[in-house]
Design a protein around this ligand. Structure first.
Ligand SMILES: Nc1ncnc2c1ncn2[C@@H]1O[C@H](COP(=O)(O)OP(=O)(O)OP(=O)(O)O)[C@@H](O)[C@H]1O
Length: 331
């Protein structure tokens, strides 16, 4: 950053919600937890930060929030450098990291009152309304009088989110928000994340669950061993891998021959079903080979085609292809 550049830039929609350049963290023990990370989180996205345990997600989030210093490189939140502009930026950022700190002997509502009272910028005269609105936002109004220790893990997470939402936020940073939750609790958090995104809040959430990213995120980045493997829209990432071609026909021998001639590889026949890898070759104008042409070739050769299509390529296929390792898919 050059001298004289303003620390608090206008939070125009043009600046990314999060941007890191060469962000690196080497812990004192020598462990390189994050290695030269260049992240770009567009405004308005629900951004999934995906990677197996130990891949550097929490370390990255702690650097974004200014909780630990990077060894080298830098991060900008809402256009301003962290940790330098922390005081101006952090009021616009809600965070839920490693579960909320709650007093079990206080009700959900009183826990929020305590959070709100700890914020010197929060006007005490409007506290009740703020706490009520936050409880309402996460669907905890009915349970707000219960002691927090009687809350399920999912309710505790929602209360943590309510605490993060006491003030209007432009960005929410959630570290594994569904970790340890049962399927119902996970669904509730996902629904909430979608609703918050609909309200115009950029949501950055880490997860080791592909399924989750595919369900709620518009964009994703994949980490492995401290390094960024890829990032982009979820649709782009999944499109990077085409599913296997499947043809159903009684004329398998002819079909296999024709498919081979047209560049389909790794062919396998089971009964009347043939599967194979569609040709990776591209036409001269850069567009991928049209599968419809393959179908037409089969028909021209008088192969009786009962079924023709590709299995949907999932984000999981893409990630396994990229990282060479599997991910946990289910909760
Ligand atoms: N305070 C620390 N001191 C030394 N090494 C650490 C520290 N915190 C994390 N690490 C190491 O840095 C690497 C990245 O850890 P990090 O917690 O950022 O990963 P993660 O992707 O968030 O995984 P998890 O979901 O398990 O927290 C791991 O090898 C971890 O053991």
């Amino acid at each position: 950053m050059t001298k004289g550049e303003p620390v608090d830039e206008p939070s125009a929609g043009s600046t990314p919600a999060v941007e890191t350049r060469g962000l690196t963290k080497r812990y004192r023990g020598g462990q390189l937890a994050v290695d030269g990370l260049d992240l770009l989180v567009p405004r308005g996205s629900v951004f999934g930060f995906l990677g197996p345990n130990g891949s550097g997600k929490t370390t990255t989030i702690r650097m974004l929030m200014g909780l630990i210093e990077p060894t080298s490189g830098g991060a900008r939140l809402l256009g301003s450098p962290m940790p330098r502009a922390a005081r101006q930026v952090l009021p616009k950022v809600g965070a839920l990291i490693e579960g909320p700190a709650l007093y079990g002997f206080l009700s959900g509502r009183d826990n929020l009152v305590r959070y709100d009272a700890a914020d010197p910028t929060a006007d005490p005269r409007t506290r009740t309304a703020r706490v009520g609105a936050a409880l309402d936002r996460v669907g905890l109004t009915a349970a707000s009088g219960k002691k927090a220790r009687a809350y399920s893990l999912g309710m505790k997470q929602r209360l943590g989110l309510a605490a993060a939402l006491l003030q209007p936020r432009e960005l929410l940073i959630l570290d594994e928000p569904t970790n340890g939750l049962d399927p119902q609790g996970m669904r509730e958090i996902r629904t909430l994340v979608r609703e918050l995104a609909d309200d115009g809040i950029t949501v950055f959430l880490s997860s080791h669950l592909l399924d989750e990213i595919e369900q709620v995120c518009s964009h994703a980045a994949v980490m492995a061993q401290g390094r960024l493997i890829t990032q982009g829209t979820v649709a782009e990432l999944a499109a990077g891998t085409r599913g296997r071609l499947t043809v159903t026909t009684p004329d398998t021998a002819d079909a296999v021959r024709i498919l081979k001639e047209h560049g389909v590889t790794d062919l396998a026949v089971t009964g009347d079903r043939i599967t194979g890898e569609p040709p990776a070759t591209q036409l001269t104008d850069g567009t991928p080979t049209d599968l419809a042409d393959l179908n037409a070739a089969l028909v021209r050769a008088e192969v009786r085609v009962r079924g023709f299509g590709t299995e949907r390529a999932s984000l999981e296929d893409a990630f396994v292809a990229l990282t060479g390792e599997g991910f946990d898919v289910a909760g």
